[in-house]
Design a protein around this ligand. Structure first.
Ligand code: SF4
Ligand code: MG
Length: 330
């Protein structure tokens, strides 16, 4: 998929601006039932835009989104609404996503009414209780009459997961679901998301800037830089045998609690403007291994091991690439 936003004076506009932000460029990504795919990158790399494209919140500039192999763009009316229901977005800020004057029963009741049309009265209450139990807000009776401001950030994020669950989703798109929460409760929310994904055999896209959490939490990892996926594959391979120089930089600059010292936090520089992105490999102005072709030709993808792919000229099959690759391996 590709997404360009028109801009004027640096701000997005509707319709005809002449400049465009190349927010997502020619990205291919697969999500699988029962698996969690982490989408990792710095802020502004296009991760959230990609998640929103998958949720059909923006029209595509190019490409196609498919669910079970069916192009979603061709769906109309009821079929389109059914699709939207199956793909649920969970956002970073749980505080901003609830009606402050609706009780929890009211908020979940609306979601249940929308997705389980036949259910009223006691039946609807039973569904609400079941949702609250599944996200561990128990006993449900203690929570149904509360308002959002009476819950903690973690409880609210659980509630937004319950609201997504009400739709019986097949795909969860979780955009930085724990980054606004206290460190001490992040693991609990991630474990809940993992359990629900496995129980439902759903697919999950886990958007994060934290590559360490990707390794812990996700079966597969895709690394995004400046609107493009630069490396993807099983999380183990991407994080333990990172091939793309940008992935290596991300890993080297991630705070590692097991290694002491402020020298662990390195300044990794600024990502490029997406209004006028670098030609060829978008990482070439920052890359210590850049070769001549990197400035003009878009690299790869090159397959390194089953499922592990890097978009980088270092993995081309020629002498110059081999020499640079050896330098990188040191
Ligand atoms: Fe560096 Fe070239 Fe690989 Fe881009 S394609 S990451 S510039 S070596
Ligand atoms: Mg974002």
């Amino acid at each position: 998929v590709t997404k360009h936003f028109p801009v004027r004076g640096g701000l997005p506009v509707r319709g005809g601006g002449r400049k465009v932000v190349h927010a997502v460029e020619d990205v291919s990504l697969s999500l699988y039932a029962g698996r969690i795919t982490a989408l990792v990158g710095e802020s502004g790399s296009g991760k959230s835009t990609l998640a929103r494209l998958l949720a059909q919140l923006h029209p595509l500039t190019g490409g196609e989104v498919r669910l079970h192999g069916e192009p979603v763009g061709a769906l109309r009316g009821r079929a389109f609404r059914d699709h939207v229901r199956k793909v649920q977005l969970i956002l970073q800020d749980p505080f901003g996503s609830f009606n402050p004057v609706a009780t929890i029963a009211g908020t979940l009741g609306r979601a249940v009414a929308l997705h389980h049309r036949g259910k009223r009265g006691k039946e609807r209450t039973a569904v609400i209780d079941d949702l609250l139990t599944r996200i561990n807000l128990v006993p449900p009776a203690q929570f149904t009459a509360k308002y959002p401001h009476e819950l903690s950030g973690g409880q609210l994020q659980r509630l937004s997961i319950a609201r997504a669950l009400a739709a019986d989703p097949e795909v969860f798109l979780a955009d930085e679901p724990v980054s606004s929460l206290d460190v001490s409760i992040r693991l609990g929310i991630l474990n809940l998301l993992r359990r629900l994904t496995e129980e439902r055999n759903a697919a999950m896209l886990y958007v994060t800037h934290d590559i360490a959490s990707a390794r812990y939490f996700a079966t597969d990892t895709a690394v995004m830089y400046a609107g493009q996926v630069v490396e993807s594959g099983p999380s183990e391979a991407v994080t333990q045998q990172a091939a793309h120089p940008y992935t290596q930089l991300l890993i080297a600059s991630a705070p590692d609690p097991s290694r002491a010292g402020a020298d662990r936090v390195r300044d990794i520089g600024q990502p490029p403007s997406l209004i006028d992105p670098p030609s060829g490999c978008r990482f070439h102005p920052r890359c210590p291994y850049a070769m001549e072709r990197c400035g003009s030709q878009v690299p790869g993808p090159f397959t390194l091991s089953p499922g592990h792919v890097a978009h980088c000229w270092l993995y081309a099959d020629d002498d110059e690439a081999r020499t640079r690759r050896a330098a990188n391996a040191e």
